[in-house]
Design a protein around this ligand. Sequence first.
Ligand SMILES: NC(=O)c1ccc[n+]([C@@H]2O[C@H](COP(=O)([O-])OP(=O)(O)OC[C@H]3O[C@@H](n4cnc5c(N)ncnc54)[C@H](OP(=O)(O)O)[C@@H]3O)[C@@H](O)[C@H]2O)c1
Length: 157
Amino acid sequence: MISLIWAMDENWLIGKDNVLPWHYPKDLAYFKSKTKNQTVLMGDMTYESLKGYYKEKPLPFGKIYVANLVDKAYPDAHLVKDIHQFFKETKEDVMVIGGKTIYQLALPYAKRLYITYVLGRHQGNVYFSPFDLSKFKVIEKTMEDGLIFAVYERISS
Ligand SMILES: NC(=O)c1ccc[n+]([C@@H]2O[C@H](COP(=O)([O-])OP(=O)(O)OC[C@H]3O[C@@H](n4cnc5c(N)ncnc54)[C@H](OP(=O)(O)O)[C@@H]3O)[C@@H](O)[C@H]2O)c1
C-alpha cells in the first residue's frame, strides 16, 4: 500500500527553500511514530535535507528509497529512477515522505494520506500541488496543540 505523509498550513504551504517553514515538536513526534522502521520513499532534495538534519546519525527509517532522475549512489538507500514503474510494481507498504515533486508523482497511487494541518499562514515558497481531496474519506481525526492530524483513505470506485 502506498501512503503519503505531510504537514501543510491553510494555504497548503509545505516548505521554505529546502526545510519545513515551522517547528512543531508534536508534528515531528507524529511523523516519527508513523515512519519509524518503515519503508519510505523520498526525493533527492528531501533526502539531502534530512541527512543535514540527522548529520552522522542514521536516518530513523527501515528500507529507504530515494527518487532521482540521474544516477547517484546512496550509502543507506536504494535509487529509484523510474518512479511510475516502482509504484506499479511494488508489493511493499511504502510511506512517501516528500517533497513537493515526489508527492505529486505519488498521489495517483496513494491509498492513504496522513495530513497534518498546521493552523494559520506561514512564510515559505513551496506548496503542495492542488488535488481533489473528495476522492478520499477521513478515517481518523485528532487535534493537539493547534495541529489537526487527519488520516484519509481513497474511496474505491
Ligand atoms: N511539509 C512537509 O511535510 C514536507 C515534507 C517533505 C518535504 N517538504 C518540502 O518539500 C520541498 C522539497 O520538494 P522538492 O520538490 O524540491 O524535492 P523532492 O521532491 O524532495 O525531490 C525531487 C527529486 O525527485 C527527482 N525526480 C523528479 N521526477 C522524478 C521521476 N519521475 N522519477 C524519479 N525521480 C524524479 C528529482 O530529480 P532531478 O534532481 O534529477 O530533477 C529530484 O532530485 C522542501 O521545501 C521541503 O521542506 C515538506
